[in-house]
Design a protein around this ligand. Sequence first.
Ligand code: XMP
Length: 319
Amino acid sequence: RWKMQAFVEQTVARLREQIGDSRVICGLSGGVDSSVCAALLLKAVGPQVACIYVDTGLMREGETELVRHTFRDWFRADLHVVEAGQRFLAALKGVEDPQEKRRIIGNLFIEVFRQEARQIPNARFLAQGTLYPDVIESGGSADGPAATIKLHHNVGGLPQELGFELIEPLRDLFKDEVRKLGLELGLPEEVVWRHPFPGPGLAVRCLGEVTEEKLAILRKADAIFLEELHKSGWYRRTSQAFAVLLPVRSVGVMGDGRTYENVICLRCVQTDDFMTADWSRLPEDLLARVATNIINKVKGINRVVYDISSKPPATIEWE
Ligand code: XMP
């Protein structure tokens, strides 16, 4: 604990010196790294920080509210929430290919972020929640192949062409240290222990074309799954968990009638580094509860399946 306190004191002093009286932009994604990065900056130069959060419309249930609550209500930060859902949906219309979806989302994200950043007067710095493993993965430079994959999708990877000087206060830390730091800075456990969420968000879990209707179904099913994991204590015991909306329909019965509706797949994995992963052996009764709840509560779903593939050869995401 004292080590974390010392880290905070030293970093805060260094940040104050570096930033002077300029303004700093912090991109928030709702994830752990960007949240901790922002909390650290807020502690160092509070009123000079402008946080930007882009709601792509591809977020999970309650995500935008959690960011608002944490940063606006609790930290009293100057938070800019950009509601860009309709722009993303329009750009994704008719697009089925996963990589194409990523490309469109990544490019539009940067454009929307840039537009908002330009509105902030006096901004000289851009803070990113880059961690030590990200530095390694990209070969220590911002243009390694791994960096190119991430650049397009993560807030923690906005290109320097935005014209700001980069600040990366978490560069020397591993994930577990970042979580400790987050707690030290007063971030809620819900934020600190959040599973990772891909930059393209629900778009890559809504297989095939992304529509508002499909997103609504997926978001609801996903929320039910995560809620049951939290309630049973399994969320913290797993590395990543989510629902995927499959683009197939199957036959079911409901009362006297026959249904012909979509399938939700539940994915839950254990992993240390996300390069390899094993599927989580969730208790049967937990899975049963989730399935029943989803089928009863989510209109348009009549079947739930559980993904028991490991990585490799399967990936964690479906797209
Ligand atoms: P895969 O599916 O490749 O996922 O086994 C490994 C980890 O990376 C996340 N992921 C992404 N994160 N942008 C991101 O920021 C992306 O396009 C992307 N694709 C996958 C995935 O959620 C998992 O944690």
